[in-house]
Design a protein around this ligand. Sequence first.
Ligand SMILES: O=C(O)CCC(=O)C(=O)O
Ligand SMILES: [Fe+2]
Length: 376
Amino acid sequence: MPTLINTTPRLLSWTEHPVTTESLDWAPLVIIDLAKFDQPGGKQELANELKDAVKLWGFWTVINTGISQEQLSRQLDIGYTFFKQPLAEKKKVSCDFSEGNYFGYREPYRLIGNSNIKENMEMLNIPKYTPHYESHPRHALVQAFKDEIEPFHRLVWTNVIRKLFVLFAIILELPEEYFVERHHYDKPSEDHLRYMIYHPRSAEEDAKIGGQWSAGHTDFGSMTLLFSQSVAALQIRTPSNEWKWVKHVPGGITCNAADTLSFLTKGYIKSTIHRVMRPPVDQVDYERLGLFYFVRPGDSVPMVPAPSPVLVREGYLSEDEAKLAEEQNADAVKGFEYVRARVKNVHNRNTRHVNDGRGTKEVFRVKNLEVPDFYV
Ligand SMILES: O=C(O)CCC(=O)C(=O)O
Ligand SMILES: [Fe+2]
């Protein structure tokens, strides 16, 4: 009888670091308890709780997502094991930034501004598991753990993303499925699950770049989910333009709205500026492993504002604009076009923004859509 050889690679195990003992200036983020979503009146209650967060802050945290600690740990172990592989293996499927294609491995190759310091983060972006992406190349390790990554990828969408889009629609008095349809898991989009690791830098090197591991920016798609982790480094710019740290919420997911959701709501939903800084001194030697889901608009979704009565009532949109937006669908920039162009603009270069002589007022534009390139 032939013997079956188990060829599944062994995973390294990732252990969460202790939280910082420093008292940092934490951002007061609203916590949205998704366990209430399916209870009677729950969606309305959550929509009320979320309203100011999406409008003023663009950041909030969700808890009780139905994603278990065990599922999360497995994903972190897979991500950690991936990054510990030889560079040649990781580069087998690389992002093609000349096409604005973010799927695959991104090596930390760019220099920061005009310093001689290289970026300190690596990432792997995994496209959705739908027929449209079936022929997309995937690393051997990702293939080996397909049975876990594939359901996890969809679970994040079903358990968290879909619910948040329903809440946004309720806030804007739109049909509940309005944003769900425009970001559906089963339709093509540049969505990806991301494993990301930041490597510690020496104090001397960090001093040369002002301790900024990632410059202030808004995210390119509709929404970003960051599975909360213990190393403090993420900061958001508050409505009063102060930088505040994002606190670890065990088992929670920190969410932020991003540019295309802001376009779809004419700026009502805030695409918040955030950055990544050198961690506090008691965490500075740790590797910082992150698990994310980046939500992009559907490839063919027109970037026109939703005909929401709230937008009209609150002066974001005139009644004529609301009608016109529907008619202009055919000419409007589509999700794929916008996201690809933005990724290309940011990443198809050898230096990261900041002190690279381009000024701070630079904007990125595709037809009528415009965002500041970056923030210092
Ligand atoms: O590492 C983080 O906490 C945030 C990363 C981030 O902002 C991004 O990759 O867009
Ligand atoms: Fe970001």
